[in-house]
Design a protein. Structure first.
Length: 170
C-alpha cells in the first residue's frame, strides 16, 4: 500500500494495508506500507510471485471508483497511445510514481537478466474524492474502503490460483 496519510484520500493505500492487517491472508502473503517512498521497497520484493500495489489513482471516474490494472496492460496502453515503449503514464499522485519505479525495475531486469520483481504486478486503486491536509479519508472513500479491501483479497485468491496452476512452491 502506498500513499501519504497526511493528505486525506491520498493515503488510501496505507489505510487499506491497515485494514488488511486484521484479516486472515493466504500463507506467504506479506503486507508493506510503502508510504510515499514505494521505490525504497523494491529490494524487498524479490522472490515473490505476485505484487499487488494499492494506491489512489486519478482516472477521471467518480470518486470511489475502483480500478484494476496489470503493469503490462498499462505499458502497452502507453505504446498504443503513441508514446515510446517503456514510457509509463503516471496515474499515481506521488512525485516518483509507482509505475515509473516498476518500469525502471523491469528495464533493469532485462538488462541484467536477473529477476528483480514479481512476474505478475497488479495495481488496485481507487479514485480519490479529496486530496487535502487531513489524516482522515473522505466519507466516500471511508465508505468504499471495505470494497477496496475485498478487491485486494480477490486478487490474492487469484494469485494463489495462478501459483497452484504453475506449480510454484511460493
Amino acid at each position: 500500500g502506498v500513499g501519504n496519510i497526511l493528505m486525506g484520500d491520498e493515503g488510501i493505500g496505507v489505510r487499506a494495508i491497515e485494514a488488511l492487517q486484521g484479516r486472515i491472508l493466504p500463507p506467504g502473503t506479506r503486507l508493506f506500507d510503502g508510504g510515499t517512498a514505494f521505490q525504497s521497497l523494491t529490494g524487498e520484493l524479490e522472490g515473490f510471485d505476485a505484487l499487488i500495489v494499492i494506491d489512489a489513482i486519478r482516472g477521471g471516474e467518480p470518486p470511489g471508483t475502483i480500478y484494476r490494472f496489470e503493469l503490462e496492460e498499462l505499458l502497452e496502453g502507453t505504446e498504443d497511445a503513441g508514446m515510446s515503449p517503456g514510457h509509463a503514464v503516471s496515474f499515481s499522485l506521488h512525485d516518483i510514481g509507482v509505475i515509473e519505479t516498476l518500469t525502471l525495475e523491469r528495464l533493469l531486469e532485462r538488462r541484467s537478466g536477473v529477476r528483480r520483481m514479481p512476474v505478475k504486478v497488479v495495481l488496485v486503486g481507487i479514485e480519490p474524492a479529496k486530496i487535502e491536509r487531513s489524516m482522515e479519508l473522505s466519507p466516500t472513500l471511508n465508505k468504499r474502503l471495505p470494497a477496496l479491501v475485498e478487491t485486494v483479497l480477490g486478487e490474492l485468491d487469484c494469485a494463489l490460483c495462478t501459483r497452484a496452476h504453475l506449480g510454484s512452491p511460493s
